[in-house]
Design a protein around this ligand. Structure first.
Ligand SMILES: Cc1ncc(COP(=O)(O)O)c(C=O)c1O
Length: 355
């Protein structure tokens, strides 16, 4: 029983530290390096732990996340998204004077806007070109377009061309490792072929960035990939735990039983505002015979088999989210637990920073 008001985000510190160490060990002996994705944890406190373990920088998804990381003293940041609105570009050029931020770009129009804004601000902006490697999201589709855009960036005095990124998000959850490797390598090969074409065109490429948690040891081993953007490995969630990647479950939502209306039903104080379910319902930890069957806004409904029917009002239950990244963003605080005892709390500092 934790003396923590619920619903609360619990981190098993031993498990999280093991995950950081396992990932650091993998990259210690490789050419490719880790630039973990902070969209998962949204916390400079945790980003610094990853950097101290050997990460070469941090990836983030949004400008406002980058602001929080930079305010937390982190300098090397890849903003792995397009920043297009003029007011956001102004904020980005401001950040460029306080960090070594790199921004992703996938169009000439956006590159022109970035160049003009950087010039007006007297800043120099590092730019990475995003390449679509099969996910079908952002990113240029053809090598010719990448070369044209790279030439434009190279020729812009206020921009600095740093390289390319291509996230193989359509591969990261393939359960069978051999199949995941085959698909992941196709995407990595596509990205490295683009790099080769750039070099042939006389354009130097420093960074070739790819990979998520499901493909860290595929992209990390692929010749030519220089950095990997995995994020979820830090905590894991039930969707990634199915992949048997060797990382431990380090994140749960602590909930309290607030009602026992029938012998086979217990109602928890954690609903959709405390834990997300877009990839499936959360899993109940260490309570044989208990299954979460439903989340509404503020309630979770447990179905109890006879062996779990001793559960009482005010008992606590831990739930593993199916998606850690979106669950974390619902909370203000992490509660760090070691061997069952609360050790430290820290804020989800970039919570709600999706701008
Ligand atoms: C651009 C990008 N890079 C990397 C990742 C990897 O994240 P994860 O470690 O959660 O697979 C994601 C996940 O959505 C992403 O969008």
């Amino acid at each position: 029983m934790f003396d923590i008001p619920t619903p609360a985000l619990l981190v098993d510190l031993d498990a999280m530290e093991d995950n950081i160490e396992q990932m650091a060990r993998y990259f210690a002996s490789r050419k490719a390096k880790l630039r973990p994705h902070a969209k998962t944890h949204k916390s400079p406190f945790l980003a610094w732990k990853q950097l101290e373990a050997g990460a070469i920088g941090i990836t983030c998804a949004k400008l406002s996340e980058a602001e929080v990381l930079i305010q937390g003293g982190i300098q090397d940041i890849l903003l792995a998204n397009q920043v297009t609105h003029p007011s956001k570009i102004r904020r980005l050029t401001g950040l460029a004077r306080h960090s070594r931020i790199i921004v992703a770009c996938d169009s000439l129009e956006n590159a022109r806007d970035l160049a003009e804004a950087a010039q007006a601000a007297g800043a120099s902006l590092n730019v990475l070109i995003e390449v679509d490697v099969g996910l079908g999201r952002s990113g240029l589709r053809t090598t010719d377009d990448v070369i044209e855009l790279a030439r434009y960036i190279q020729g812009s005095p206020s921009l600095k061309f740093k390289g390319i990124m291509g996230y193989e998000g359509h591969c990261v959850f393939i359960k069978d490792f051999a199949a995941r490797k085959a698909e992941g390598e196709k995407s990595n090969a596509r990205l490295v072929a683009v790099r080769d074409a750039l070099i042939q065109a006389g354009i130097p490429v420093d960074i070739v960035s790819a990979g998520g948690t499901g493909t860290y040891n595929i992209a990390g081993d692929f010749p030519g990939i220089t950095e990997v953007q995995a994020g979820s490995y830090l905590f894991m969630d039930s969707r990634y735990l199915e992949l048997d990647l060797g990382f431990k479950s380090a994140l749960t939502v602590l909930a309290t039983v607030v009602s026992r209306p029938e012998p086979h039903i217990a109602v928890l104080d954690a609903g959709k505002k405390a834990i997300t379910e877009e990839f499936g319902l959360p899993q109940v930890v260490n309570l044989p015979g208990a299954e979460l069957t439903r989340l509404s806004e503020e309630h979770g409904v447990l179905k109890l088999a006879p062996e779990a029917q001793g559960l009482r009002v005010n008992d606590q239950v831990q739930l593993i989210p199916s998606h850690g990244c979106t669950t974390i963003d619902l909370h203000d605080w992490y509660y760090g637990i070691r061997k069952g005892d609360p050790e430290i709390t820290w804020p989800v500092a970039a919570r709600g920073r999706f701008i």
